[in-house]
Design a protein around this ligand. Structure first.
Ligand code: EPU
Length: 422
């Protein structure tokens, strides 16, 4: 396995471009199951999760030509409505084929995703929603079996806003007979993006991006050609990296309007963030101390859980103690023990981390068990002036960050990938 080695202490400067959004591309790839013809996705990032989803679509009987940033998905003639354990266990987002499969073929068997490193992550809301649309759901042998001759529009009220749950139901409802109303929906920009794609396919989706979504289903849907929005979490990660390491960085294609909560916290901490043409400029003088600010993760438009680990590293540089509360996932502080090994002083009490900033940090060998935690360790490595940092288990990073070490190197960081060392 590869390792990312970082020699920290370099100020970052220059310009990078943000890639297409992983969490927008994944549901849109699943939406290709809803129609027969060839759909084209553009601005798709070259990531492991995209490869896994492409593989899953092939198993389901689609023809996939993946040549990032373009993916073409068409029919191979033979449909197979079973998503096997071997693929679903690699990527929980595979659950998003359930809605499209049962809507299109009247039957689906999808391996039930287990828990994951960041929490138990049940899918009960997906299943209850599909039942409301008329599907019969049975769990057997670790698989979800869903059946229904034709889904029918209905009202679904989610117990909590769930991103992939909302997306699964939107896709199912797009081929259901009649009108579906989804209430208490996730309002993430990726949900809104899926709404745009379903509208291109001929469904009538209103309200995607708000907490109530109306969908008028169709008997058949058309293929689409669509360029994916930029990845707000990737952009936020580089904004925090620039702030933590210090410097002056231009981030091209960063969707500032989708990052308001992160930008507000960066500014409160003393980081300059502003728009300059097509770019977002992030500036921080590393000789000036940052202010400690508190963060509570929340569904969009609140502070994203996917930025919590990275922001915690920034707070390790701040003067004073900041309180970081994780409200979305029950076990998303896996980066804390690794950060402590680098010298950070962080106490965890349930869902709250108290970060005592300003402690001397040094490079170490570290590893994380999820994508965003791994990104936080890379950022930590950029900030230390003593010793090298080696981030192991890089496959987590490769699931969600396109060419991370290359983008950082383009900003002047001393970061490189060492093949087969982890
Ligand atoms: N939940 C349930 N039951 C359900 C569905 C969700 O209890 O049926 C709970 C979850 O356990 C969690 C909360 O609801 O406590 C919200 O989870 P959500 O369903 O919104 O998460 P997700 O759809 O599984 C997506 C992203 C995650 C991101 C979360 C939260 C994709 C493919 N994944 O997951 O992204 O953290 O929303 O914003 O869109 C990542 O990219 O690193 C990542 C983990």
């Amino acid at each position: 396995m590869d390792v990312i080695r970082i020699r920290g202490g370099k100020r970052l400067s220059g310009k990078i471009r943000i890639s297409g959004a992983k969490n927008a591309a994944l549901p849109i790839l699943c939406a290709t199951l809803l129609s027969e013809g060839e759909s084209i996705l553009r601005n798709v990032p070259a990531l492991k999760d995209i490869e896994t989803t492409s593989e899953l679509l092939r198993v389901l009987g689609r023809r996939v030509a993946l040549d990032a940033p373009v993916v073409r998905v068409g029919s191979s003639g033979e449909a197979n409505p079973e998503a096997p354990y071997e693929l679903v266990k690699q990527m929980r987002a595979s659950i998003m084929v359930l809605g499209p499969l049962v809507a299109r073929y009247g039957t689906a068997r999808v391996s039930l995703p287990g828990g994951c490193q960041i929490g138990s992550r049940p899918v009960d809301q997906h299943l209850k929603g599909l039942e409301a649309l008329g599907a019969t759901i049975r769990l057997q042998g670790g698989y979800i079996h869903a059946e229904c001759k034709r889904l029918r529009g209905a009202e679904v009220v989610f117990d909590m806003p769930t991103v992939t749950g909302t997306e699964n139901l939107m896709m199912a409802a797009a081929l259901a007979k009649g009108r579906t109303t989804l209430v208490n929906c996730a309002r993430e920009p990726e949900v809104e993006e899926l709404g745009r794609v379903l509208n291109k396919m001929g469904a009538r989706v209103n309200g995607a991006g708000t907490d109530v979504i109306h969908i008028e289903g169709r008997d058949e849907l058309d293929p689409f050609d669509h360029a994916i929005i930029s990845d707000r979490i990737e952009a936020g990660t580089y904004m925090v990296a620039a702030a933590a390491a210090g410097g002056d960085v231009m981030i091209e294609g960063a969707p500032l309007e989708d990052l308001e909560a992160v930008v507000a916290k960066l500014r409160q901490a003393g980081v300059e963030v502003g728009r300059e043409g097509e770019c977002v400029r992030v500036r921080r003088d590393p000789d000036k101390p940052l202010k400690a600010v508190d963060v509570i993760t929340a569904p969009h438009p609140g502070f994203p859980t996917d930025m919590q680990a990275q922001f915690m590293v920034l707070m390790c540089q701040a003067r004073g103690t900041s309180r970081i509360v994780e409200t979305i996932f029950e076990n998303r502080f896996m980066h804390v023990p690794e950060l402590r090994r680098m010298g950070c002083a962080i106490d965890v009490d349930g869902h709250t981390a108290h970060v005592h900033g300003g402690q001397p940090m040094s490079g170490a060998k570290v590893m994380a068990t999820d994508l965003r935690a791994s990104a936080s360790l890379v950022i930590a490595g950029l900030t230390v002036t003593e010793g090298d940092t080696e981030v192991l288990r890089v496959y987590h990073l490769d699931r969600g960050y396109e060419f991370m070490e290359r983008k950082l190197a383009a900003l002047g960081a001393d970061a490189e990938r060492i093949k087969g060392q982890g």
